[in-house]
Design a protein around this ligand. Structure first.
Ligand SMILES: Cc1ncc(COP(=O)(O)O)c(C=O)c1O
Length: 378
């Protein structure tokens, strides 16, 4: 049985006709840049996430970059973030001239360890230069938003929630993106709300920040050809926005399906007595985890060997992430040493992402779990 890590083709038939009709309508009118679908998607996603303003941009990386820029964070400033994330979470800091402070993650969901973050906020020798924290809701698991709210109030730092992997997630009654001064998501095709190309969005409840991001995405112009500042070209594509609007109608169902996949994994790992061998995400039905990725941690055995074993069985897997950002060549100048962020470094060697997407079938999940069982019992 061949099972991909992610398969976007399975859902296409369910909305194919609607997509093709919408594309025909766009191409017939010729409104292909910042047209009505971008505006409508912004309104719909602001409503969906419970934020006041949403601004469509070219991709999630730009959404982060423009957020840092909108807060005037730059040279001489520090920003706390996680080393265990996609590169863009940190490059948005350095591309604006600021310096990241990488803080280690916790051991269960690999989100920022907020105790360690508070230690830095309290004791860093240049703590007054720490302007912001960029937490990531990694793999779809919401980080503690109450604690972030407290950091904001107590230490006067900005929060930028990186929700590239977590659209629709919650923390108790709070929606993700409710605490961030600015928050972002990505519409990269593999994401829970994925487009058919690149796309991203910035969310905020602050009108001034919303206007600044809106201006930055069109070369710093409020009125066409009148530039207040040097901005960028970073617009969400009209075609992507139109497709995303169609998919947004199904997003809650997609999330429910992902939760059901996680439930089935959980049940089968227990049935196959694998809980001494691997650790895996708990089942959360309240959307505090939207299972963008389903990442297991090996307690026994060898991650790369297991991966090879599954590849031979035609099961797609991936490693998120094989290297901590503090260990990347481009950040050598920050002078982190091996052992500085041990949880991250251990995770880079012991975690493995298994297939998860809304259309993954029960027999496929069983085949995956059975194959992991075979690896351990061979
Ligand atoms: C945590 C995180 N942040 C930022 C990004 C950047 O998003 P994009 O690929 O749309 O630029 C991604 C996704 O790729 C991501 O996973």
């Amino acid at each position: 049985m061949k099972i991909p890590l992610f398969d976007m083709t399975r859902q296409y038939n369910s909305f194919k006709e609607e997509v093709l009709n919408t594309l025909d309508e766009i191409f017939s009118t010729g409104k292909v840049i910042l047209g009505p679908h971008v505006k409508s998607l912004e309104n719909e996603l602001a409503e969906y996430t419970g934020t006041k303003y949403a601004i469509g941009v070219a991709n999630g990386s730009d959404a982060l970059f423009l957020s840092v820029r909108a807060l005037n964070i730059g040279k001489g400033d520090y920003v706390i973030t996680t080393p265990y994330t996609f590169f863009a979470t940190a490059s948005c800091i350095t591309r604006n001239g600021a310096t990241p402070i990488f803080v280690d993650v916790e051991e269960k969901y690999y989100n920022l360890d907020l105790d360690k973050v508070e230690e830095i906020l309290k004791n860093h020798p240049e703590k007054e230069k720490i302007k912001a924290i960029i937490p990531v809701h990694l793999f779809g698991k919401t980080i503690d938003l109450d604690r972030l709210q407290y950091f904001k109030e107590k230490y006067g730092v900005y929060i930028i929630e990186d929700g590239a992997q977590s659209i629709g997630s919650k923390w108790n009654e709070k929606n993700a993106f409710s605490v961030g001064d600015l928050s972002i998501t990505s519409f990269f095709p593999t994401k829970n709300l994925g487009g058919y190309g690149d796309g991203g969005m910035v969310f905020t409840n602050n009108e001034d920040l919303a206007n600044r991001v809106r201006k930055l995405r069109v070369h710093g112009a409020v009125k066409k050809y009148y530039h207040d500042e040097v901005g960028f070209n970073s617009r969400l594509d009209e075609v992507q926005a139109a497709i995303l609007r169609i998919k947004l109608k199904h997003l809650n169902e997609y999330i429910e399906n992902r939760i059901n996949v996680a439930k089935k994994y959980d049940k089968l790992f227990k049935e196959y007595n694998l809980t001494d061998y691997i650790d895996y995400p708990e089942v959360f039905e309240d959307k505090s985890h939207v299972y963008h990725q389903y990442v297991i941690t090996l307690k026994k055995g060898n991650r790369d060997e297991l991966r090879e074993f599954l590849t031979k069985k035609e099961i797609g897997t991936s490693i998120y992430y094989p290297k901590g950002l503090h260990q990347q060549k481009c950040f050598e100048y920050l002078r982190y040493k091996e052992g500085d962020l041990p949880v991250t470094e251990k995770a880079t060697k012991s975690t493995l992402a298994l297939p998860i997407f809304p259309e993954l079938r029960d027999d496929e999940i069983e085949y995956i779990v059975k194959s992991i069982y075979e690896y351990y019992k061979k």
